[in-house]
Design a protein around this ligand. Structure first.
Ligand code: 5GP
Length: 190
């Protein structure tokens, strides 16, 4: 997706050799025009699939998923919660996730009310690194016995093994920008 690649090249900053910061358009300030283009592109890539719900994880996934859902007939978006709260339903599906950027484990939870056997789920997230966040959402979907249509990622880092982990589960991955390397502060696309 050219517009996304250009935005990454013009506004992204590289931290170390593995992290890309895109706070000016995706992870802090959000470029809604670009998100609409992202929504259209995911619709194209999953045009042949029946999808009943989008599943993502808080926080950065929520904004993306909500705009993407508008291109899939306004289907509901469910986001897995990372934080304990008194309002969280105890009757929940749960998975443990290792965070690549925070270097620690956390749990993701989704109320059993909002995913069921009949659902056909599209998982959406901002980044794909080692695949842990997506695998957590896959585990939740499987606990609900719903089917997984695929995983849609805005920015994939191909030098990490997330795609392989998800494809090993027999699940299709569609990424809109695929980064080959981030060495010497330079973004190189695949
Ligand atoms: P994974 O679970 O695939 O290892 O990592 C994906 C999650 O970690 C995403 O939900 C994203 O929030 C975060 N993440 C991984 N790599 C990056 C990165 O290079 N930049 C940013 N901004 N977030 C990242």
């Amino acid at each position: 997706m050219e517009a996304l690649k250009n935005k990454i090249l013009n506004e992204g900053t590289v931290i170390g050799s593995e992290i890309l910061k895109v706070d000016s358009f995706l992870n802090h300030q959000i470029d809604i025009k670009l998100l609409n283009e992202i929504g259209q592109e995911f619709k194209k890539r999953f045009a042949k699939n029946e999808i009943t719900k989008i599943l993502t994880v808080e926080a950065s996934g929520i904004g993306i998923a909500c705009i993407v859902a508008q291109y899939f007939n306004n289907i509901p978006v469910v986001f897995a919660k990372k934080h304990d709260s008194t309002t969280m339903d105890n009757n929940a599906y749960e998975a443990e996730v290792f965070s690549f950027t925070k270097n620690k484990k956390y749990k993701v939870r989704t109320s059993k009310k909002y995913i069921n056997k009949e659902d056909k789920i599209l998982i959406i997230d901002d980044f794909l690194a080692n695949g842990n966040a997506a695998l957590g959402l896959i585990k939740i979907t499987r606990q609900a016995e719903a089917s997984i249509v695929g995983v849609g990622i805005v920015i994939e880092k191909a030098f990490q093994n997330g795609r392989e982990c998800i494809e090993n589960e027999g699940i299709k991955v569609e990424s809109l920008a695929i980064i080959k390397s981030l060495i010497d502060n330079k973004v190189v696309f695949k």
